[in-house]
Design a protein around this ligand. Structure first.
Ligand SMILES: Nc1ncnc2c1ncn2[C@@H]1O[C@H](COP(=O)(O)OP(=O)(O)O)[C@@H](O)[C@H]1O
Ligand SMILES: [Mg+2]
Length: 283
């Protein structure tokens, strides 16, 4: 096939390749085709292609600055919000290009939610309102009892309900770091996304809180598709089903070096660079 990627803002020529709906028995939900991303004139990631499996955990690993955050921000159209942010290539969600001209990025960000590195509850809002915030943004009007239902369901899914059910009106900032991160996960879950992107969600947490989030991710993966950026090799090996290793190339742009089953990538990497990185021989 000739042209497989084009400028985002020149959608007349966009032409995704055929969508591969199945990957080794598991359904693919997100197919990245020849994705490159820029900040102004600076190329941050280049020519990345991969298929993310549904109801699985995919870990994105690689050294600092190799484009992990940029990559996942391209998966829910957050990258274009950055100054000078621009994307080429396609990202197919259930076979439909999220960058197609008629697609509303707000809808994509609802279907593909995001949780950031530092737990960032809205400090002036109560725990209840923190979880309800996303729904209030996406719906014009919701009855109080409906909101209460959604907030409880989301907090239960985020394994936080028992710890906060008696203090829903307290500030989100009154919670511990690990609780705040689960609060942010509850907020992301409240709008019923299909995919959740987590960008180093445990980097500010202690080991106990980290394990709690990892358990939570395993439970959520039964229903949701999870993509997690982590620089913690043990974490990637522990929680993920699939792993992608990114590295900066000679042009200082992030490339996908290797992608495969976590068990294979960590025990029998195909690429020397992956092996060097996972064994800590990487500078
Ligand atoms: N908002 C931004 N503006 C300009 N350059 C950026 C911005 N964010 C990241 N970059 C650059 O893009 C590259 C990839 O960054 P990033 O995706 O944050 O890497 P990682 O998450 O793997 O540490 C880096 O060279 C970084 O300096
Ligand atoms: Mg990052």
């Amino acid at each position: 096939m000739a042209m497989v990627y084009n400028l985002v803002n020149d959608n007349t020529q966009r032409k995704p390749k055929e969508y591969i709906a199945n990957l080794e028995g598991k359904k693919g939900i997100l197919e990245v085709q020849d994705l490159s991303a820029w900040y102004g004139d600076t190329l941050a990631i280049k020519h990345i292609s991969m298929i993310i499996k549904s109801q699985a955990i995919t870990a994105i690993i690689g050294p600092s600055g190799c484009g992990k955050s940029t990559f996942i921000r391209c998966l829910n159209r957050m990258h274009e919000v950055s100054h000078g942010g621009r994307v080429e290539g396609c990202v197919l969600l259930d076979g439909n290009d999220i960058y197609a001209r008629d697609v509303d990025p707000v809808v994509i960000r609802r279907r593909i939610g995001m949780v950031f590195q530092k737990p960032a509850p809205f400090p002036t809002m109560s725990i209840f309102d923190n979880v309800a915030a996303g729904i209030r943004l996406t719906r014009l009007w919701t009855r109080r009892w409906e909101l209460e239902e959604v907030v409880e369901r989301s907090l239960r899914q985020a394994a936080l309900w028992d710890e906060v059910k008696d203090k829903l009106n307290q500030s989100g900032a009154s919670l511990s770091g690990g609780q705040q991160q689960r609060l942010c996960i509850a907020r992301a879950l409240a709008v019923e996304p299909e995919i959740i992107l987590l960008d180093e969600p445990c980097s500010a947490l202690d080991p106990a809180a980290t394990l709690k989030i990892e358990d939570l991710m395993r439970n959520l993966a039964e229903q949701y598709t999870i993509v997690i950026v982590t620089h913690n090799m043990q974490q990637a090996a522990r929680v993920s089903d699939m792993a992608a290793f990114l590295l900066m190339d000679q042009d200082r742009a992030g490339i996908l070096v290797e992608y495969g089953k976590t068990s294979q990538l960590f025990t029998n990497p195909k690429d020397k660079r992956t092996e060097d990185y996972i064994t800590g021989r990487f500078g």
